[in-house]
Design a protein around this ligand. Structure first.
Ligand code: FAD
Length: 310
């Protein structure tokens, strides 16, 4: 199919883009990487009267570290996160482990992190990391910039707290300290499919005890989920990484957190190849594995630092 007829503008500034989005009768859509929008337009599931192409706005093509946060401009592509040292500390590790699960290289070289927040697909890796880490979505409209907490931004599949006349100008993610270990584990049918279930985790540990736990669930509800009930079960627990490949005992804190996440935090939606029961089982197993990965990551990080200090 071909897209329905539409008008096209390519503004050079954020102010021009916001002005173009202002005429809400035209049902304008922002064109960032185009990796979701163009497909939807071809299928005529989206029929915008106006496409606002933001690719010629240089100020959106910047990534910076400011005040303990990574600020990702709206034109930063997925591929920018493929190497762990693109972003300092454990956050760089987490983003680089997650990004390889997003589609394949051509899509990653065009699609944008902010575009994933704009599209708000429940199976988006970035969006689940955003809610787990308390990211901020910066949106710009006629009245200036609003900072929306990721936890309140997602309202359902492709539904967000962004107003139609607002442009996402950046997404801000907090940097993670050196006592934090991270993990990301994904399960999907084929390499190019969206995740059936994926989990992001960050564990902050002092004297061997977990002081802060962040768990994000991908495709485990109609929107990205922060597994708060599971996180609570981990506070004060010993951070005990098992050797890779060893099955978690049922009474291990990570296994318990997995079961809690599957039952109390997730609200899975059935899919053709994964019913709700299957998804709950996958969540329980994957949360446990991701927490093990985070614990192992922290152990390796601390050992490397000790070596460097000697
Ligand atoms: C085969 C295939 C596999 C894929 N697999 C995955 C996957 O595994 N995981 C995953 O997360 N994604 C996947 N994607 C989607 C991909 O990551 C997209 O790049 C992403 O969802 C949207 O980013 P984009 O920059 O391409 O946005 P676009 O396609 O340009 O826009 C998507 C939507 O977001 C809105 N939008 C974009 N930017 C802004 C902005 N700055 N302000 C306001 N609204 C905005 C647009 O109006 C539009 O509604 C896949 C896509 C394909 C085609």
């Amino acid at each position: 199919m071909k897209p329905a007829p539409f008008d096209y503008v390519a503004p050079r500034t954020v102010a021009e883009a916001v002005a173009a989005l202002g005429d809400t009768r035209r049902k304008a859509q922002v064109l960032a990487g185009g990796q979701s929008l163009i497909l939807e337009m071809h299928l005529q599931r989206i029929r915008p009267g106006l496409v606002v192409d933001i690719n010629r706005i240089p100020e959106l093509d910047r990534m910076s570290v400011e005040g303990g946060e990574l600020r990702v401009g709206a034109l930063i592509r997925h591929a920018a996160f493929e190497t762990a040292d693109a972003v300092p500390g454990p956050l760089g590790t987490l983003l680089s482990r997650a990004v390889v699960n997003i589609a394949h290289p051509p899509i990653r070289s065009r699609g944008t992190l902010a575009g994933s927040f704009g599209w708000a697909h429940p199976a988006s890796e970035w969006c689940a990391i955003g809610v787990a880490l308390d990211a901020t979505v910066e949106v710009t409209g006629h009245d200036g910039v609003r900072a929306l907490a990721a936890g309140e931004y997602f309202l359902g599949p492709h539904r967000t707290a962004r107003r139609p006349e607002e442009l996402i100008t950046a997404v801000r993610l907090p940097l993670l300290g050196e006592r934090t270990g991270v993990g990301f584990v994904e399960h999907r049918r084929t390499h190019f499919c969206f995740a059936q279930v994926a989990v992001a985790a960050a564990l902050t540990v002092h004297d061997g005890v977990i002081g802060d736990a962040r768990i994000g669930l991908v495709n485990c509800a109609d929107r990205p989920v922060r597994a708060r009930a599971a996180e609570r079960t981990l506070l004060g627990a010993e951070c005990d990484a098992l050797p890779a490949g060893r099955r978690l005992p049922d009474d291990h804190p990570f296994a318990r957190a997995g079961r809690v996440a599957a039952v109390q935090d997730a609200a899975p939606v059935a899919e053709p190849y994964a019913d709700v029961e299957y998804k709950r089982q996958a969540i329980a197993v994957l949360v446990g594995r991701t927490l093990c990965e985070a614990a192992t990551d922290l152990r390796a990080r601390l050992a490397a630092r000790e070596r460097d200090d000697r």
